[in-house]
Ligand binder design. Structure first.
Ligand SMILES: *[C@@H]1O[C@H](CO)[C@@H](O)[C@H](O)[C@H]1NC(C)=O
Ligand SMILES: *[C@@H]1O[C@H](CO)[C@@H](O)[C@H](O)[C@H]1NC(C)=O
Length: 372
């Protein structure tokens, strides 16, 4: 026992020395990576996978607690327009009244969603995105191999992005809903910082959102921290991105496959997709039972060869767990909307094919109920 303890301590010391070496190297222009904040935002991101929308809206879901205790959701926006196109058996508007009338929905639909709210402990607006991932994450990942850089980011010469990722945020009702939610929250609580987060496709949407807030809405104090997101644009886009969001963080996990996609071709760095900085690569080092997780802060190139690019990156399992928190919906088929709670009936609006749960800032859930 003694001996084992000692061995553990010795290995930890070694690891710490290794890490501190790396940290010293990065210290000169160290970015503001805050491990506690990353963990907190991972919990916020995890919650967006809750399928029960009323639990999510009232922050009573299973994943709504711990570091996110006391969070106040102000707007919850669900983009259902895309669902209608994908499920031929549900025709246009006949689908929407169903939402009003019964409020017990068990639909298999494609959707993306986002919520905006107020975190009193951090005194910040939190915006979290959940991306569409079609029916199977495997299919989605396979498609990522072939995504083209096929859209010019408006106003940035030679900056190219993937139109699908771009329009998942820009060409849906999510954008208006999120902007509206942020404005409402800031009107009530002052010009507090805005923290934007998301996982996977939701991370791609979060990135476009954070950039949008700065470039098109002139907002300041925007923090972006994403988990396991794919590449979204070329090197020129990444350098613009870095200028506007110098402290953006992309957390990648071990062998997660998604950050490796769409592919980066080392010999054509200007022609292909290119991540914006800065990656923080979470992985285990050590031997067998003495593994020790580290959060390695990578260089400011966006494509640090010593970070996740140093491994093959072929794991789906590593994609759905981040910092010990699960990042996927509870049910398979993943796109079910469930709410059997009619208390929220009057707070729901459908705007252009979106469902929006909305409340005034400061109104408690009990008050929300009693006003009906
Ligand atoms: C890190 O983030 C946490 C949570 O937001 C905050 O309480 C803490 O003050 C931050 N630490 C630093 C050093 O900024
Ligand atoms: C978004 O929608 C606008 C107007 O419908 C269209 O012109 C534009 O090409 C779309 N953008 C993308 C990237 O699909």
């Amino acid at each position: 026992m003694e001996r084992r303890r000692w061995l553990q301590a010795a290995v930890l010391m070694c690891l710490l020395l290794l890490c501190s070496g790396r940290e010293l190297k990065n210290k000169r222009q160290a970015p503001a990576y805050n491990s506690t904040l990353a963990k907190t935002l991972a919990e916020y991101t995890s919650a967006v996978y809750t399928n029960d929308l009323s639990q999510l809206f009232t922050w009573t879901c299973e994943k709504c607690g711990d570091l996110t205790e006391g969070f106040e959701v102000i707007d919850l926006i669900i983009d259902v327009k895309n669902c209608l196109e994908v499920i031929p058996s549900i025709h246009g508007l006949s689908f929407l009244p169903l939402i009003y009338s019964s409020f017990t929905l068990m639909l298999i639909v494609l959707m993306s969603q986002a919520y905006v709210g107020f975190a009193s402990d951090m005194s910040a607006v939190v915006v979290a995105f959940r991306g569409t991932q079609e029916n199977s994450i495997q299919n989605w990942i396979e498609d990522l191999f072939w995504k083209q850089l096929d859209f010019d980011y408006p106003g940035m010469t030679e900056a190219k992005v993937h139109s699908g990722f771009y329009s998942a945020y820009h060409n849906t009702t999510l954008r208006d809903g999120v902007i509206n939610g942020i404005q409402k929250t800031r009107e009530a609580y002052g010009n507090i910082p805005i923290m934007v987060t998301g996982h996977s496709m939701g991370g791609a949407m979060a990135s476009f959102c954070a950039l949008d807030l700065i470039v098109n809405y002139g907002l300041e104090d925007v923090t972006l921290l994403t988990f396991g997101q794919p590449r979204i644009g070329n090197a020129v886009f990444a350098s613009h991105f870095k200028k506007y969001l110098p402290n953006a963080i992309r957390v990648t996990n071990a062998h997660d496959i998604v950050p490796h996609l769409p592919p980066y071709y080392q010999y054509f760095p200007q022609k292909t997709y290119h991540h914006f900085p800065r990656e923080v690569w979470v992985h285990n080092i050590g031997l067998d039972s003495l593994v020790y997780p580290i959060e390695q802060i990578c260089d400011d190139s966006g494509e640090d060869p010593t970070c996740s690019r140093s491994v093959s990156g072929n794991s789906v399992q590593d994609h759905i767990h981040y910092l010990g928190i699960s990042m996927h919906s509870e049910s398979r088929g993943s796109c079910r909307i469930v709410t059997d709670d009619n208390m929220l009936r009057h707070k729901v609006d459908t705007v252009d094919g979106a469902i929006v749960f909305s409340k005034q800032p400061g109104l408690s859930v009990d008050q929300l109920l009693s006003t009906q």
